[in-house]
Ligand binder design. Structure first.
Ligand SMILES: Cc1cc2nc3c(=O)[nH]c(=O)nc-3n(C[C@H](O)[C@H](O)[C@H](O)COP(=O)(O)OP(=O)(O)OC[C@H]3O[C@@H](n4cnc5c(N)ncnc54)[C@H](O)[C@@H]3O)c2cc1C
Length: 419
């Protein structure tokens, strides 16, 4: 079958690989020059099923209100901007801010994340793909007793749903990650360890899986922008780019935060809105003073991952449209926290700041699967967990294309859940 994959972020390029393994003739279109150049470029690097808790929860509206006027807040939301897509997304988000919805959404996100981690592990065995992976789990650290208590309650829910975590004292945290010794002396109250999670460079992975896809015959059309999609009745008939046209048997929409711009040509409204996040990537001067185990600072909403000789610090979310301008006010907390936790890890002379647009859905569950068009599949809306979920989502798309039963239940993952 002739398949066109729209988008070569980590989700699109991995999808192309799995489709090619089934023998399809796959073409990938992306406006950039390489795979993984936009949101998949410098993210937090965590394969973190442990982060399946959705953003929308009973406490989120009040917390977001408190943060609304704080320019360096971890989650910044400006509802007074004239932004109808944000208002529409925000109403759906609010509808998900109940305990019941949060639990359902966590279950769905965890289902995809755990499956995806398994698919990634098999892929590693099958291909020996290398992407600076570290298979030592994810350590969550807490600075206040209240947050630690909430973290333990969340861990109990995750354990019920199939992801066990260990409760740790500050001394346990330092035993697992000795570079935390400095922080533990000051303000750690405890930690949680998710031993089966991992970390690795999503960008490097995207390049490498792209190479593997190419070796299976996938054609990449880089530097080509998709301008519109056309339909005739229940079928997508043309993909129009700034260079040429395609008439695929099947298309997969994997354009991250930009997916809604193209789907609307087809009459498909996707509730995907960009949640802008930031990272810094600093050279490590003293390896023993920098973390090896990937860390989530649950008090500051930041993650730390080691990528070769680099320490990546990522976090913050701003719901303010599709702009990718770097705001120094939002970079500053990343640097400040890195220096305070790991003062001797780096000289922090060059920060390599970066920002990207997480393709967020109102329920923090991706949109994977069928559309009203018989030959268009969706693989988008992965929000904070696109790297974590890329392999599983890609395998699901390949299964659907081959009319095979996917290995997990797709209940609650499709566009139909939004009515
Ligand atoms: C600060 C930050 C930290 C994060 N940390 C983590 C983490 O630790 N773990 C995790 O799992 N996830 C993390 N994420 C989320 C993860 O990075 C994203 O979910 C993931 O990268 C989304 O991948 P994607 O392929 O859907 O989108 P993208 O990577 O954005 O890919 C979309 C592609 O579509 C192309 N495109 C768009 N429009 C067009 C067009 N019209 N024509 C042609 N091409 C087009 C773009 O060039 C791009 O290559 C983080 C995100 C951020 C911002």
């Amino acid at each position: 079958m002739k398949v066109v994959v729209l988008g070569a972020g980590v989700v699109g390029v991995t999808t192309a690989y799995f489709l090619a393994r089934d023998g399809h003739a796959v073409t990938v279109i992306d406006r950039q020059k390489q795979p993984g150049q936009e949101t998949s470029y410098a993210n937090g690097a965590q394969i973190s099923a442990c982060h399946a808790k959705p953003w929308a929860g009973p406490d989120t509206p009040l917390q977001a209100l408190k943060w609304m006027f704080q320019p360096d807040a971890p989650l910044l939301f400006k509802p007074w901007r004239f932004d109808p897509p944000l208002w529409s997304w925000g109403l759906k988000f609010l509808a998900n801010c109940t305990s019941r919805r949060a639990r359902i959404n966590m279950n769905r996100a965890l289902r995809v994340s755990l499956y995806s981690r398994n698919v990634l592990q098999s892929l590693r065995q099958f291909t020996n793909i290398q992407y600076d992976q570290i298979l030592q789990g994810i350590l969550h650290i807490y600075r206040t007793a209240d947050e630690f208590a909430q973290g333990r309650a969340n861990a109990a829910q995750l354990a019920d749903l199939g992801l066990p975590q260990d409760v740790l004292t500050p001394a346990d945290c330092v035993r697992i990650e000795p570079a935390l010794a400095h922080a533990a002396r000051h303000d750690l109250v405890g930690g949680l360890m998710s031993p089966s999670d991992e970390s690795g460079d999503a960008h490097k992975f995207s390049i490498e899986i792209g190479r593997l896809a190419e070796s299976l015959g996938v054609t990449f059309r880089f530097g080509e922008t998709v301008q519109r999609l056309e339909r005739t009745g229940p079928r997508l008939t043309r993909v129009v780019t700034d260079n040429t046209d395609y008439a695929p048997d099947l298309a997969v929409l994997a354009l991250g935060s930009f997916s809604p711009f193209l789907s609307r040509d087809l009459g498909i409204k996707l509730p995907v809105y960009p949640a802008k996040g930031y990272s810094i990537s600093v050279a490590i001067d003293r390896p023993e003073a920098a973390p090896t185990v990937s860390i989530t600072d649950e008090t500051r909403y930041m993650v730390f991952s080691r990528i070769g000789n680099t320490m990546r610090v990522a976090g913050t979310a701003e719901l303010a449209g599709w702009d990718t301008v770097l705001d120094p006010v939002r970079v500053a907390p990343l640097l400040e926290n890195a220096k305070s936790l790991f003062p001797d890890a780096s000289s922090y002379a060059a920060l390599n700041p970066w920002c990207g647009l997480r393709p967020a859905t109102p329920d923090s569950v991706p949109i994977i699967g069928a559309t009203p068009l018989e030959n268009l599949l969706l693989n988008t809306g992965h929000g904070t967990l696109g790297w974590t979920m890329a392999c599983g989502s890609a395998q699901i798309i390949a299964d659907l294309a081959a009319e095979r039963q996917p290995e997990i239940d797709l209940e609650g993952l499709g566009l139909d859940r939004f009515g």
